[in-house]
Design a protein around this ligand. Structure first.
Ligand code: URA
Length: 210
């Protein structure tokens, strides 16, 4: 594993992920667990965010103290499963801006096809965190980061819950400078492009559409 892959092994994250993998976990529980993992992963992903020193008056005296400028952070959800990560992350950085990328997977080629793209205008001074629970083939992630990169943000990070080794390799072949934060790296993709053992279709499990 390279420095570009951050495997988040905190037991709280791992415990919640195990519950999410179970096939009999309800939609309600799955969604709540993803929300909680979003909060926990945000701590790790934001660990080295730049801080600004500001002057604050404590009851005793003035001091210089660090702050994160939340408005500089853009959370970009890859629809639709990335939406499930948003709430938890926004709980930690409530003033973050939010962008969306809409892609669907061509079922035959497994290539990503874009149908929606919206991010804030002034991306040059912003740090982007791209959210998609599943880094499977990596094609959606590559296509999303291609589009985001064209807006010239200050930095880009990619956050997922599960990654397949094939997806990580594909992603870093195209974006060797973008760190990936993941709670697990599973064995492989199956012939349908699903991560195994995985957790099934994340979008269906979040939204209860199956
Ligand atoms: N998308 C999913 O939701 N699950 C997978 O296993 C792969 C892609």
């Amino acid at each position: 594993m390279t420095d570009l892959v951050h495997h988040l092994t905190h037991p709280l994250i791992q415990h919640k992920l195990t519950l999410m993998r179970r096939k009999d976990t309800s939609t309600n529980s799955f969604r709540r667990l993803l929300h909680e993992i979003g909060i926990l992963m945000a701590y790790e992903v934001l660990r080295d965010m730049p801080v600004q020193m500001i002057t604050v008056e404590t009851p005793l005296e003035a001091m210089q103290a660090p702050t994160i400028d939340g408005k500089k952070i853009v959370l970009v959800a890859i629809m639709r499963a990335g939406q499930g990560f948003l709430d938890g992350m926004l709980e930690v950085v409530p003033s973050a801006r939010v962008g969306h990328v809409g892609l669907f997977r061509d079922p035959e080629t497994l290539n990503a096809v874009e149908y929606y793209f919206k991010v804030p205008h002034d991306m040059g001074e912003r740090d982007v965190i791209v959210l998609d629970p599943m880094l499977a083939t990596g094609n959606s992630a590559v296509a999303s980061v291609d589009r985001i990169r064209a807006t010239k943000p200050r930095s880009i990070r990619f956050v997922c819950l599960l990654a397949a080794p094939e997806g990580l390799a594909n992603f870093h072949q195209h974006h060797p400078d973008v760190p990936v934060y993941t709670a697990a790296i599973d064995r492989q993709l199956n012939e349908h492009g699903y991560i195994v053992p995985g957790l099934g279709d994340a979008g269906d499990r979040i939204f209860g559409t199956k």
